[in-house]
Design a protein around this ligand. Structure first.
Ligand code: MG
Length: 224
């Protein structure tokens, strides 16, 4: 059972945030929600003697050696991912429509990016956000996201929305901060077909204009 608690290195970042409790808050994941993680990782793998063969919603078992065509070990997956983050975090491509939708939504809500990017890549991820027109505060999370969302929800009065591609993060938020509205979002067309709506999500939406409509309607219904 993975831990839902809040890591000290995450807590210290949350404590530095300056949010307005009375203004709605949208907390978005980065990889596979506002950045095209899988597409970018695929490019990196091809440059490094591997390829991705997406048979399930997981990296493990789906990264193969280009020569032998064998799936690589879990250790190798971890090492390739580490190299990908150190080499390509700043160059990662954005998801279509993310910057436009967030810019529109930021007129009615605060935006926060909550990403499980490795801590030593925070600056590179910040630069990628700025470069792609998404200059919003970034928290580098560790582990499941319920702990961080509980911290935010306890201090917030206005509605909070949470977006993520990974079902266990959505479940973690459902457990620790159930008042948060949870959107399940998967940008990659192949990945999204491999996974149904997360059990603990309020809604599954895979495109940014759709997210914008959903959040705007929800805010209007709640009088914001
Ligand atoms: Mg993600």
């Amino acid at each position: 059972m993975e831990d839902d608690s809040l890591h000290d290195d995450v807590l210290s970042q949350l404590e530095d945030l300056r949010l307005t409790p009375q203004r709605p808050l949208i907390v978005s994941d980065a990889d596979e929600v506002i950045f095209a993680f899988v597409r970018s990782l695929e490019g990196f793998l091809l440059d490094n003697g591997h390829f991705m063969d997406l048979q399930s919603f997981a990296l493990r078992g789906n990264i193969r050696d280009a020569k032998t065509r064998e799936a690589v070990s879990a250790e190798m997956v971890k090492s390739l991912l580490g190299d990908f983050f150190s080499e390509r975090t700043e160059q990662i491509e954005p998801v279509d429509g993310a910057a436009e939708a967030l810019a529109a939504l930021s007129e009615r809500a605060q935006i926060l990016v909550l990403s499980n990017v490795p801590l030593d890549q925070i600056s590179a991820r910040r630069r990628a956000l700025v470069k792609n027109g998404m200059d919003y505060p970034l928290i580098a999370n560790i582990g499941r996201k319920g702990g961080a969302m509980a911290y935010l929800a306890e201090r917030h009065e206005a509605p909070i929305f949470f977006l993520d591609d990974i079902p266990h993060n959505i479940s973690s938020v459902a457990q620790k901060a159930e008042e948060v509205t949870r959107l399940h979002f998967i940008a990659d067309h192949r990945l999204r077909d491999l996974l149904g709506a997360a059990d603990d999500a309020h809604v599954r939406i895979d495109d940014w204009p759709g997210v914008r409509r959903y959040i705007e309607d929800s805010l209007s219904q709640q009088g914001y």
